[in-house]
Design a binder for this molecule. Structure first.
Ligand code: NDP
Length: 296
């Protein structure tokens, strides 16, 4: 029997812990604050931001939402980030990606105060992660570590294969897998669009993480018997539904399920963890900035 990993259940458990940390901070007069900045008309980005705001509300985290019209100059965004950097009520800042083409993404990430960079994408925080001294682990890979731990999937000595090398998922996932600590110690292979004989590599994985953005590209033939399959992909594909689309992962769920010992569904797998870990980082930011210890 293949275990279907329930991301909502794991995220709920983590969020219960976060809610009690929020109470600890509130008892000392500190309300964690997360600023979200949206500079896009993209439907999916709007949905992600509103999900983050809603979760903040549920957990007692103050959310400060800022919208900037996509045709505004980059300086408008930078000025807003500077103001948020200086605002003591804001402990975490998240600029929803993608930003418009005329705004340099790297410059945005570098503008955010590293102490408030709850996405963990600022070069200082990337450096700390690689050095094994993470301040904020990027939310999606950190969430995947939590999922694996919740289902007792051992990474130590395991062959972990990450398909995708983006700065937000693939690279930090690989960096976490190679750390000498819990959730790490895996022998890690990173694959991408130039990888030769991809299926040979993926079939060798004990833990396979698919983060390509290519709908259902990993099928059962590419999954080794008994592997744990983590599907990060969230892809809208045309479908005969009310919205005109449905969400599918980067893994062909039905065929992969036949081979895997455990697998995440889409939706309801990795997604809820990404949001939970953003809340986690925000509370950690509030704790670090206020000097009030919490038990995260
Ligand atoms: P990117 O587009 O930034 O990166 C995709 C990576 O996949 C690249 O490294 C690319 O290789 C690689 N790739 C693309 N095609 C292939 C192929 N045919 N074979 C092997 N490798 C390939 O995507 P992200 O990492 O940002 O996101 C990946 C997916 O995860 C998307 O569906 C996204 O929506 C989803 N996502 C979901 C989240 C969640 O919370 N569930 C959070 C973040 C993302 P190369 O570098 O060579 O181009």
């Amino acid at each position: 029997m293949t275990t279907i990993i329930d991301g909502n259940e794991v995220a709920d458990g983590i969020q219960d812990g976060i809610a009690s940390c929020v109470e600890t901070l509130a008892d000392e007069g500190v309300t964690p604050g997360l600023a979200t900045v949206l500079m896009s008309d993209d439907d999916a980005s709007e949905t992600y931001v509103s999900m983050k705001q809603r979760t903040c509300e549920e957990l007692g985290i103050e959310s400060y939402h800022h919208e900037i019209a996509p045709d505004e100059p980059a300086s408008t965004l930078f000025d807003r980030i500077d103001a948020l950097n200086d605002d003591p009520a804001v402990h975490g800042i998240l600029v929803q990606m993608p930003v418009p083409d005329h705004v340099e993404k790297r410059a945005v990430l570098e503008r955010i105060d590293p102490a408030k960079d709850v996405d963990g994408f600022h070069p200082e925080n990337v450096g700390r992660l690689v050095a094994g001294n993470a301040r904020y682990k990027p939310c999606t890979p950190h969430g995947i570590q939590k999922l694996l731990a919740a289902y007792d999937v051992e990474t130590e000595g395991a062959d972990a294969v990450v398909v995708g090398r983006s700065d937000i998922v693939g690279k930090p996932m690989a960096n976490l897998f190679i750390q000498r600590d819990a959730g790490g110690n895996a022998t890690t292979t990173v694959c991408h669009s130039r990888t030769k004989n991809l299926a040979e590599k993926t079939r060798n994985a004990d833990v396979l993480v698919a983060a390509t953005g290519v709908p259902e590209m990993i099928d059962g033939e590419m999954v080794g018997e008994g592997a744990t399959v983590i599907d990060v992909g969230v892809n809208r594909v045309e479908a005969d539904t009310e919205k005109g689309y449905e969400l599918v992962g980067d893994v062909e769920f039905e065929s992969a399920k036949e081979k895997a010992s455990a697998i995440t569904p889409v939706p309801g797998g990795v997604g809820p963890l990404t949001i939970a870990m953003l809340m986690y980082n925000t509370v950690k930011a509030a704790s670090l900035q206020s000097g009030i210890a919490v038990d995260l």
